[in-house]
Design a protein around this ligand. Structure first.
Ligand code: DAH
Length: 374
């Protein structure tokens, strides 16, 4: 051994390298901790010291020796040298790992052998998040009615999020959306400015621009609003949008479709009712209520004693919306075709289905919450 603690190499032949590594190996075998890792317990500090002593990136023995040897090695010796370092390193790592895996059980474990009597390591299985599960369930109901599935961008232009949906600039209905806008867009014309989409409805327009009628599509996705978080509000939430356009689509089709979907989602005894409402992109517009799935309509705390729960918005696509789409797809002639649209909040539905009282739990990543759905 030299003064700096780096063993001297006699030469670069395979045999000489093997001899040098055998010496290193026997040095390792004399290390108390290396031996102890086979079975008898060592403290985690001792094990960590051992790891640093051999494998430490800065002061580890293997690093020092490999630096010195590799620097001195002629080009054709570098590879066999490197391979031997890797083998030695793997040996140490295997020993450390088997110690960690067995919890230092007193089972003799030769580093080169695999002990098939050790219990396997349990890997936690993931499970579908309740929000995504609900989203899949909603989407599946419409797929079984022949709908396709689409997506669109979360960062949207003012044109798609508002103008083409018949929210003119300055229209008061824009104020109801609490829009989060992307900074630094003031120099662009309003319609090109970017914002976080406040609903999935812009994907209606994007879909129709790409596809001539007929269209039957559902669009699940994340939306954003500048809402203060509380038990029922989150600045990020999820919607499923629906759009059906064809020749001769009527409000009766809308009612039948949504009534069927709600029965699939909440059980066949659930009833629906439709109330006049307003959305700029539908005319007429309606809010849909379902009979309270908790009390069957008798009145309870969940439905605030009314027997009904409001769940989604819908309506017949406004001819003005087809007008915007016609700039790219002339087939959307409101004289020839008609359609309906709807939008529902996935978070609300998931909370109702699974009895979740706080929307924030859906975004907390808390395993104690999530494990209940595994
Ligand atoms: N986009 C609406 C919202 O976020 C929901 C909605 C209502 C969507 C009516 C529709 C619809 O497609 O027809 O408040």
């Amino acid at each position: 051994m030299q003064d700096d603690g780096i063993p001297a190499l006699k030469g670069w032949s395979e045999a000489e390298l093997d001899a040098a590594f055998a010496a290193l190996r026997s040095e390792l075998e004399k290390d108390d901790v290396f031996v102890a890792l086979r079975g008898s317990p060592k403290s985690s500090e001792e094990i960590e010291e051992f790891r640093l002593r051999w494998l430490g990136r800065k002061q580890g023995r293997l690093k020092a020796i490999s630096d010195a040897w590799l620097k001195a090695a002629p080009a054709d010796a570098k590879k066999p040298l490197g391979q031997r370092f890797n083998t030695l390193k793997a040996l140490i790592e295997a020993r450390l790992e088997s110690a960690a895996g067995s919890g230092m059980a007193a089972i003799a474990l030769d580093a080169e052998a695999i002990d098939i009597t050790l219990p396997g390591r349990r890997r936690k299985l993931g499970a579908e998040h309740p929000l995504i599960r609900t989203q899949h369930e909603i989407v599946g109901i419409f797929q079984r009615m022949g709908y396709s599935v689409g997506v669109g961008p979360e960062v949207e232009t003012d044109y798609y999020n508002f103008e083409s949906l018949n929210f003119p600039p300055g229209h008061p209905a824009r104020d109801t959306q609490d829009t989060l806008v992307v900074a630094g867009q003031e120099r662009k014309p309003l319609r090109e400015r970017l914002l976080m989409r406040t609903h999935t409805s812009p994907v209606q327009i994007r879909t129709m621009e790409r596809q001539a009628p007929p269209v039957r599509i559902v669009i699940p996705g994340k939306v954003h609003r500048n809402d203060a978080a509380d038990a029922t509000h989150s600045p990020i939430f999820h919607q499923v949008e629906g759009l059906c356009v064809d020749v001769g689509i009527t409000f009766a089709d809308l009612k039948g479709t949504l009534d069927h979907a709600m029965k699939e989602l909440f059980g066949s005894s659930v009833r629906t009712r439709f109330f006049p409402s307003f959305f700029p992109f539908t005319e007429p517009s309606a809010d849909v209520q379902i009979s309270c799935p908790f009390c069957g309509g008798a009145g309870c705390r969940k439905c605030k004693q009314s027997g009904w729960i409001e769940l989604l918005g819908c309506g017949m696509v406004d001819p003005a919306v087809f007008g915007f789409v016609q700039q790219k797809q002339p087939g959307y002639d409101p004289e020839k075709i008609s359609g309906f649209a709807f939008g529902m909040g996935v978070d609300r539905i998931a909370m109702m289905k699974y009895g979740i009282g706080e929307i924030g739990l859906l975004y907390s990543g808390d395993l104690r919450f999530l494990e209940q759905f595994a």
